[in-house]
Design a binder for this molecule. Sequence first.
Ligand SMILES: [Zn+2]
Length: 240
Amino acid sequence: MRQKKIKTKKQGGTVFPWPLKKRMKSCGKLIDISVPVRAGMAVWPGDPPVELEQMQAIEKGDAANISRIAMGAHSGTHVDAPLHYISGTEGIDEMPPDALLGPARVITVSGGARGEIGQKELETHGIGRGERILLKTANSAFWRARHDLFHEEFVHLGAAAAGFLAAKKIRAIGTDYLSVGGYGGEGALAHRVLLEAGIWIIEGLDLSDAAPGSYELICLPLKIEGAEAAPARAYLRKFS
Ligand SMILES: [Zn+2]
């Protein structure tokens, strides 16, 4: 449907005459796949804690509500740039805009021994060049059950499976826990293999509400100058 734009003299800008609900409907169904940023939420062991503090409050007589946020760049839903593991490469502020905007596919994977996803399991999904692949696993439930607990045994990509995705030249990979690689072992190697192949990584997604299938991905990390990662808001839009 064509949107009719109207000019308002007062603001001098362009506004849409429809109510917000109607506008949302016209966008197709949006699924929020980001996790809430909360004080005390689980972070990678050794990372800074997430702190939210109300510095000014209307209830206490201040003119406005003002919060202070302190958190590591790898808290909750976030994007890893190549700079995370490779010195002198792109930081999060240099992310190409189409890296995490566009068609994406949610696939369900379970992982084998100790939650490691192997190449064999990925091979069954017909993954092709340029795809944005989001791995939906049992991890998504962690965010809703005990978001304050770090789970060491989460489903993750093994280094060989990361190599398989690198060889396929996918565009981006999304995972539903705090690291694409496992806790200890090959976790760092899995990151390096993906980042060296130019694959952008989203971590900390909650894919509970996203059934396997094709979507449009909308994920934009904060533009933090020179940083290796940044928190992000992420949505999926169902193709109708
Ligand atoms: Zn990360």
